[in-house]
Design a protein around this ligand. Structure first.
Ligand code: 0X9
Ligand code: ZN
Length: 677
């Protein structure tokens, strides 16, 4: 769907307006009391058209059955895919229907473009992996990251549980967390699902890439590392794989593939899984051919049951049973369902125009996430009335923060815009969202911390470190005009070492760089005393608080405390030569520590030596040769051999010394001429 009114975005999205078909009588102010039936609909045919709906009540009525792609409330029209029968009925009811020639053409050519191609890939859409390609990617991730990723078979699709027809699929959740750290079942939880609607191609790919990003960045990105240590995320990339498989043939398939509810129109069957959830189920279409058919009963579909049952095992119920019961402020858990399209971030309720009891908290996080993708944040009902959606179910049943992202601006989104903006923008929104999973109704009210830097980032033990960052209570979208989130001055900032504040217990204050906490954007700083920190990698967590008392989510950076170590070797430690000659030993010095170092060299020998007295600086991993010259005295010799003790001492850590012995022998043959004489 696209757009809600006050947003300029969709004012440009609608393409070429072409011929006007049918009645030109505007429907403004007109009510109809019958649903527009989809009987006779042929999804691969029909038109994409603007329907000028008149009143808000008409919009909600039409939304219960039509396949709506966009809504422009400012201009009072929706864009829907209409069968010939639907078009007729709308016109007979007095609605103005205006064909969108470009989108209609695109709809009708999509099938042709893909029909000739292999179903194993999506030609022309190389950025989107098929069901099979996605499943094999998820399998590979789990086997390549044994301690971080687990692929969990959470149940079966409709085709899989139904005899005859296609084989169907398993539904998988990929769980990501450091399994060797903390108690996995007690970690704050983010549930991310995609592809509940089959044709919404960008969603499964974005979810899969998010998993890949988290796993590939663990250990190198400080934020992703702590997130996977302390939190867990479940990613269901393909909620509706049966339907997705049909979409991969070029059909604009939306629903699952249940064809047993009485729809006899070709390619029009299926249950809209996003109308089938069991919270306030029952306000969407009862026509099994409709795009928004709600199913025979609440949670009638296997996919719905699988998602609901699984989510109930990983997210706790924290809300009362009345619609008006608010979940507590410290509710934990985040639920996001990825959809396309329209550039929206939606939160409950969708089933009523009343505010959800946690409306303002849902709005605050919605506006924070929207900062990253510039999507319009709003209550779902503002788009149109929906019942049985997954986000209403998650929030309504459990009280967790629940959202729908409507990504991109079309179903078969071109790869250039997916790669160029849709993926990177939503990646960043999801990363921020993940950080809020512990306290989604509190943390987004607090400032963000950005640009956390430790200088130097690699230090010698005990060396002081300067910590800098910025704290920003702004960074919401929209940030001008109506719908703007209020911001406050920063009132405090702090850091903790090796664990976020709520785990570490001990925190250290940071100060404003300009001397005063009086602005919503402040540069903050501290000097970290590292004397008690062991060598190795440490994580520094930075948080800031606003004048309303809210602490934001942390941002982290790595601090490496180096250690000094080196190796000293010699290939040949026994050499001989004639009296009066020199021997040269070649030693190899390798800095095997984590810090640059220099070294003192001392040689204790009964004979004369020529050596450098110091070496370096040498970077970690680097080697250098040391030449040690020993002069064999001319006769008469006190002794025919000498043992030289070579000792190297690290400048960085004087307890680090290495020694070796060089044995030099005078060649006896030197005396032979004397004997002969
Ligand atoms: O109609 C839907 O299911 C969603 N739009 S889509 O184009 N992807 O089909 C919007 C649902 C909005 N309502 C809630 N999220 N509650
Ligand atoms: Zn959708």
């Amino acid at each position: 769907m696209t757009s809600i009114t006050h947003i300029p975005r969709w004012m440009v999205t609608l393409a070429v307006m072409a011929l006007l078909i049918g009645s030109v009588t505007p429907a403004q102010g007109q009510d109809i009391n019958t649903s527009i039936s989809a009987a006779g609909k042929q999804p691969e045919a029909g038109i994409v058209a603007r329907v000028y709906y008149g009143t808000r009540d008409n919009l909600d009525l039409l939304a219960s059955s039509l396949d709506i792609w966009e809504v422009n409330q400012t201009e009072g029209y929706l864009v829907a895919w209409l069968s010939p029968g639907e078009t007729n009925r709308l016109e007979q009811a007095g609605y103005l229907v205006v064909i969108d020639a470009l989108q209609t053409e695109r709809l009708n050519t999509m099938l042709d473009a893909l029909a000739a191609q292999s179903l194993e890939s999506l030609p022309g859409f190389a950025c989107y992996r098929t069901v099979e390609e996605t499943y094999s990617a998820l399998t590979n991730l789990a086997s390549a990251h044994a301690n971080l990723a687990e692929l969990i078979d959470i149940g079966d699709s409709w085709d899989k549980v139904t005899a005859g027809g296609p084989a169907g699929y398993d539904l998988f959740a990929l769980r990501l967390t450091n399994e060797n750290f903390g108690v996995v079942d007690e970690k704050p939880t983010f549930f991310l699902m995609a592809e509940i609607h089959a044709r919404e191609l960008v969603t499964a790919e974005a979810a899969t890439r998010f998993a890949e990003l988290l796993l590939s960045s663990y250990g190198s990105d400080a934020d992703i590392t702590w997130l996977l240590d302390y939190y867990r995320i479940y990613i269901v990339a393909m909620t509706n794989p049966d339907g997705r498989k049909l979409a991969e043939t070029g059909l604009y398939w939306r629903k699952n593939t249940n064809n047993t509810d009485g729809c006899v129109v070709e390619n029009a069957y299926g249950v809209d899984l996003n109308r089938n959830h069991s919270f306030h189920w029952g306000g969407a279409s009862t026509d099994p051919c409709d795009a928004t058919y709600q199913g025979a009963t609440a949670a009638s579909e296997p996919e719905t049951q699988v998602i609901q049952d699984y989510v109930l095992t990983i997210l706790a119920d924290q809300r009362g049973t009345a619609d008006t019961d608010a979940a507590p402020a410290d509710t934990t858990g985040l639920f996001i369902s990825l959809h396309s399209h329209g550039g929206l971030i939606l939160w409950p309720w969708g089933w009523t125009d009343s505010d959800a009891p946690n409306h303002s908290q849902l709005q605050t996080l919605g506006r924070r996430m929207a900062y990253f993708n510039d999507y319009t944040p709003s209550q779902a009902y503002e788009l149109y009335l929906t019942t049985g959606t997954s986000d209403d179910w998650a929030y309504g049943t459990l009280g967790v923060a629940a959202y729908t992202f409507e990504m991109g601006d079309t179903f078969f989104q071109d790869c250039a815009s997916f790669e160029g903006s849709i993926w990177p923008d939503n990646r960043d929104a999801l990363l921020y969202a993940f950080k809020t999973a512990r306290q989604p109704y509190l943390d987004p009210s607090g400032p963000r911390t950005l640009g956390v830097g430790v200088n130097p980032a690699l230090i010698a033990p005990g060396q002081a470190v300067t910590l800098t960052a910025t704290a920003n209570d702004g960074l919401f979208y929209p940030n001008t005009g109506t719908g703007t989130e209020p911001t406050q001055a920063i009132s405090a900032a702090r850091y903790s070492i090796d664990a976020p504040s709520w785990i570490a217990g001990t925190t250290y204050p940071m100060t404003p760089a300009d001397g005063n906490f009086n602005n919503s954007l402040e540069a903050i700083q501290a000097t970290i005393d590292t004397t008690l920190l062991a060598p190795g990698r440490h994580t520094i967590f930075v948080e800031a608080q606003d004048a309303n008392g809210y602490w934001g989510v942390p941002s982290a950076a790595f601090l490496d405390i180096g250690h000094y170590a080196f190796q000293l070797t010699v290939e040949n430690d026994h050499l001989s030569a004639n009296p009066g000659e020199q021997v040269t030993y070649t030693l190899t010095l390798t800095n095997s520590g984590a810090l640059p170092d220099s070294y003192d060299l001392a040689v204790i020998s009964g004979w004369n030596t020529d050596t450098p007295s110091s070496l370096g600086p040498l970077n970690p991993g680097d080697s250098t040769n040391i030449e040690i010259l020993i002069e064999i005295p001319s006769p008469p010799l006190a002794s025919s051999s000498d043992e030289a003790l070579v000792t190297l001492t690290s400048w960085g850590d004087s307890t680090q010394t290495r020694s070796l012995t060089l044995t030099t022998t005078a060649v006896r043959q030197t005396y032979l001429p004397l004997i002969q004489r």
